[in-house]
Design a protein around this ligand. Structure first.
Ligand SMILES: [Zn+2]
Ligand SMILES: [Zn+2]
Length: 634
């Protein structure tokens, strides 16, 4: 028999061709082979029992690794399909891919699945895992596979197989169940130890609304029951923290069919929004930005020049006015370039940093709109910097510094950076792109960030750095971004006069720290569960009176705090203190200021913090001074 060379972690061995992957790995390192769910052979993840036919570099795939979880989750889709077929034999199976944290399977069945069916399916899945069926792979000529599935009444599978270009297809069997599949899979059904069905949704065959409707059952699967439990807890926590729920509970904003995807900010939400703008604005002086106000509506010639008309038109609100085509701006950059180009600039004026909090509109498809995270109307803490090539590194450094300062102010300490490079469709010259990517790399390295490279993920006009922040639910969000523009300055013919009295094209940088204010508010709401820091809380304190006798003093306290510039409410309703406290806590108000007879007499207050702690009674002015200090904008 022919032999092949296998290797792992610096060790090498010769084995017979056809040796199962896991057997070869065991020979190289018995410890590493223990408990694996699949094996990586060269760059492919394969079944543990897959016969090796050529030289291979091997690596173990543990159940809780990203690849291992993918194998587990896809195997769970087969498991679910097997259970469904046992319980509801009239069902036809279609496809069962892996999704984030889980899997789904689309079934054709005329009767809708009910919550009781869920329980039965889960119970049946348990039986199948208990039986610990071996999962085996076999290859079959296409025609034979079609005949096999036709006999089983699986017409969708026949259609899928007919569309596969290869002559043979692979099938996976476990017990009585067989499915068309490329694999890989777990070695036996008993390896699936933590799986749960989660939800059901409608779907169409091949994702086309003209086709038959299918039922999509979703599930989640993990390496251990502990991991599954932790995940379900995170999901529950995320539901509680959902910004749409909190936005309503805290009376911050609402969305209405009259303006899809365009939030109405209520007084409290507008307070938060304006404070964020005010905060960023307060940094602009120090970081050298000047604010501009530019039009919302332009003739589309603007975007023909910038290149957005070709690349972005589908996402714009367009209209015709006086024979001309106009559009509502989806971003500020072209307007800023136009403004820069309206007069001559000397190198002495650079860098010019235009900041703009303007409202922007993008035509997002109605199906994709979601709360404040996917909207049609938004504003960013946007700015564009025009500088000389020599100033580029300094500008990037300054931006990283500002991002660090802002993230620090919000306590965002888990930051991950990524470099997003030239996409397939791009504008501008390749040399410019390469220089720009190199400058971004230098900026990241100088700032001491480790970063991942996302090839091809840059914008069509330039490469980009994203600074992702990981929230309490372990979700990662890109907030701050900086991009070097390789196209727009040339397309707009922008120039400045150099020290040698020649003209040159300025370098253009796009940057935002918070990103979209709408999205930032959503993320901050979910991260803090609505408990904003004191400086940002729409209501910073509520005065709670104990009895009718203390109403006058309560009003006096409120007025005093308000005059000092704090946002304070008075609750002088004739209700029990416990009730008033609970309400204020639900509204996430940072401080409750309790005033009873004793406080009125001594001119003190008895504060409580939102987290439940009773603080000692202190003189009114002392507590006011303390709050003012804590409420200072960072
Ligand atoms: Zn499969
Ligand atoms: Zn821009």
């Amino acid at each position: 028999m022919a032999s092949i060379t296998v290797s792992f972690d610096g060790r090498q061995a010769t084995v017979d061709a056809g040796t199962p992957a896991v057997v070869a790995l065991k020979q190289l390192d018995p410890e590493a082979a223990r408990g694996v769910i699949a094996v990586r052979a060269n760059e492919r993840v394969v079944d543990v029992s897959r016969p090796l036919t050529a030289d291979a570099v091997l690596a173990p795939i543990a159940p809780d690794s990203p690849e291992g979880l993918e194998v587990l989750r896809h195997s769970s889709a087969h498991l679910m399909a097997q259970a469904v077929k046992r319980l509801f034999p009239e069902t036809q199976v279609t496809i069962g891919p892996v999704v984030e944290n889980g899997f789904y399977y689309d079934f054709k069945r005329d009767t809708p699945f009910t919550p009781e069916d869920f329980e039965r399916i889960e119970a049946e899945m348990k039986k199948i895992t208990k039986a610990d069926f071996k999962v085996t792979r076999e290859e079959m000529p296409k025609e034979q596979a079609i005949a096999l599935f036709r006999e089983m009444g699986e017409h969708y599978k026949c259609e899928i197989i007919a569309g596969i270009p290869d002559d043979t297809v692979s099938l996976y069997r476990q017990g009585e169940f067989v499915d068309l599949c490329r694999g890989p899979h777990v070695p036996s059904t008993g390896r699936i130890k933590a799986v749960k069905l989660t939800s059901i949704a409608g779907a169409y065959w091949r994702g086309d609304a003209a086709n038959e409707q299918l039922q999509r059952l979703y599930g989640t699967a993990w390496a251990t029951p502990q991991d599954l439990e932790a995940y379900l807890k995170r999901v529950e926590e995320a539901k509680q923290r959902d910004h749409r729920r909190l936005g309503q509970a805290l009376d911050l904003f609402s969305l209405h069919p009259i303006a899809p995807g365009s939030p109405f900010f209520h007084p409290k939400g507008a307070t938060v929004y304006n404070l964020l703008v005010q905060y960023i604005r307060s940094l602009y002086g120090r970081y050298g930005y000047t604010e501009v106000i530019t039009p919302l509506i332009y003739k589309t010639d603007l975007w023909k020049t910038s290149g957005h008309y070709d690349a972005f038109r589908e996402d714009m609100f367009l209209m015709s006015v006086d024979e001309d085509e106009y559009g509502v701006k989806p971003m500020n950059c072209p307007g800023h370039c136009y403004l820069f180009g309206t007069r001559k600039h000397s190198y002495r004026e650079l860098p010019i940093r235009f900041a703009d909090f303007s409202r922007l509109h993008r035509f997002e498809a109605s199906g994709t709109l979601a709360g404040l995270t996917r909207v049609r109307s938004m504003a960013q803490d946007d700015a564009h910097i025009y500088c000389t090539p020599d100033q580029l590194d300094g500008e990037l450094e300054r931006f990283v510094e500002m991002t660090r300062e802002v993230y620090g102010a919000f306590g965002f300490d888990r930051i991950e950076a990524s470099l997003q490079t030239r996409p397939e469709k791009f504008l501008g010259r390749v040399e410019l792109w390469e220089e720009a990517e190199a400058a971004l790399r230098r900026a990241l390295e100088r700032a001491g960030f480790s970063y991942t490279v996302l090839p091809g993920e840059g914008a069509f006009y330039g490469p980009k750095i994203g600074f992702d922040f990981r929230d309490v639910l372990e979700r990662s969000w890109t907030l701050a971004t900086v991009q070097i523009d390789c196209a727009m300055p040339e397309r707009f013919g922008l120039e400045y006069v150099t020290p040698e009295s020649t003209t040159a094209t300025p370098v253009m940088i796009h940057r935002a720290v918070l990103g979209s204010l709408e999205r930032f508010i959503a993320i901050l709401l979910e991260h803090t569960a609505g408990a904003f820091p004191l400086w940002l809380a729409p209501v910073q304190a509520r005065v709670l009176t104990l009895t009718e006798r203390t109403e006058a003093y309560g009003r006096e306290v409120r007025d005093r705090f308000e005059r000092a510039g704090l946002r304070v409410e008075l609750d002088d309703r004739n209700e029990k203190l416990g009730f008033k406290v609970r309400e204020a806590q639900l509204e996430k108000i940072p401080y409750m200021i309790v005033v009873g007879d004793k406080e009125a007499e001594n001119r003190t207050v008895a504060p409580r913090s939102r987290t439940g702690g009773n603080l000692d009674a202190v003189p009114l002015e002392t507590f006011l001074a303390r709050m003012l200090e804590e409420a200072r904008m960072p």
